[in-house]
Ligand binder design. Sequence first.
Ligand code: SF4
Length: 255
Amino acid sequence: MATFLFDDIVFGPVNSRRLGNSLGINLLPVDSKVCTFNCVYCECGWTQGINTELPAGSEIKQRMHNEFKRLHENHVPVDVITFAGNGEPTLHPDFDLIIDHTIKLRNDFFPAAKIAVLTNATLLHKQAVNDALQKVEMPLLKLDSAIESTARAMNQPQITFDFQRHLENIRNFAGKRIIQTMFVRFQKQGVLIDNTTEEELSAWLQELDRIHPDLVMIYSIARDTPDSTVKAVPKSELKKIAARAEVSGHKTQVN
Ligand code: SF4
């Protein structure tokens, strides 16, 4: 199916269903997706690897400065500066320096804007990544399932992946804890994978109780997916899932 790649380092602002008026930052290549996961629902298509050459930090910083200045001069409103793009942003070796640079640019040009990072949280064990994520207002940490076999089927890790350690890293994260969970159904080798079953939701709610998130973002696919068997979960079901999380004391947002 027709997935797409972002074709620049800075893109937008676009009206994001989750974040509002969002100026996107892509730290990954413009011609391939680079990620530690290979999610069946990824709107950027299948992962091409994690050892691809990335844009230089100096180039990214210069492009960001030029674009922030231009948008500021043209009075373009920016609510949130969002690290998303063609893969996992924390893979960039200069991620921490780029976050520091972004905070400075934000303060200079869009002081009311928040900084968001969409991350799969696989690199939280790296101190520089962890420290940088603690500095932003909205680190969005992916948690699609608290059951290992489902998480592996959905996210298809491309690196050595210790699931329990991964959960512990999220639980121990000292920054703002915003959890993002994608609910979908799909077929894997003829077997239905569904992270909305009672067993799944029960495990997910228990994990949320351990994480104590500040916010849980609940959503389903809105675009084409690389695996054509992936089906969206209707919003009415997402709202019921959110209601259960709210009963458990968790603040939610359904997108
Ligand atoms: S973690 Fe994000 S970028 Fe990586 S494969 Fe999954 S959806 Fe795509």
